[in-house]
Design a protein around this ligand. Sequence first.
Ligand code: MRU
Length: 320
Amino acid sequence: MRTIDWVDGAVEIIDQTALPGDLRVLRLHTVGELIAAIQSLAVRGAPALGVAGAFGVALAARVHGDDPAALHNAVRKIETARPTAVNLARGAQRAAHLLSSGPEAVLAEACVIRDEEIAASAAMASRGADLVLQLCGERPRLLTHCNTGGLAAVTVGTALGVVGELHRRGALAGVIASETRPLLQGARLTSWELTRAGIEHRVAVDSAGPFLMARGEVDAVILGADRICANGDVINKIGTFSHALGAHRAGIPFLVVAPESTVDTATPTGGHVEIEDRGAAEVTAWSDAVNPAFDVTPYDLVTAIVTDRRVIRVDRGERP
Ligand code: MRU
């Protein structure tokens, strides 16, 4: 099943706000509906956002094809619907480059982006599984954070794709899914995907991760990214940095699995990235709150970055 696709003139997505209770498909016919879906996290995860951005421009081209100002405005709104994952603006811009060739050319480019993400997931799964086994030996116990499965891409996913591949090889001893406060992408979505794949797992509260690592219950941390900067800094779901510190302290690998479409060498360091603030309401109803949705993991805590084309051994001085 594809998390996002173009079907009969509209964008179809699995509504991730309804999971794990309901498996519901939403059909999005307008740019406004698509932007609302992105902002509510009905569609989410860096690779899926790249595809959503491109399909959004395809929708805009159909509706505003003869009105350049409206079209420009729609593309701008899509690109900036969420600020942190580089894939969103990148996907929208790639599709927008075809606007002068007409709506069908824009849609074709969006479909190419979708297909590239499908291929990238497959490449990362096998390359990442090889690296995990090389670094950890047979039957590792892994901890993952947020959701990096097919729901966050189009199919398969990034870090969770590696987990699935290790399971298929009979080479996985256990998975801990960090719950991922406040929207519970780990407890709701990763757990749902692992259950559907028949992979035994346990959910842990976010703050338990470093302690479980210190107690020797985790052999490697494996997770995704929303943006990887030129110096190797990794932007990912809030809580990632804590897991990286825990892994460093425990002396276990900290592995980032992300497609090349998430590598942003135009951004020098994590300090240059806008971290989305999602407001207080998601955290608490009775006091003010600070709610950064992502954090920056400094490159010196990263062992390796696995993409669909290469393994970057950050610990050995390699950089994106
Ligand atoms: O706010 P979200 O759910 O879109 O955040 C997603 C993440 O942080 C993922 O880890 C990242 O996009 C990688 S998805 C393969």
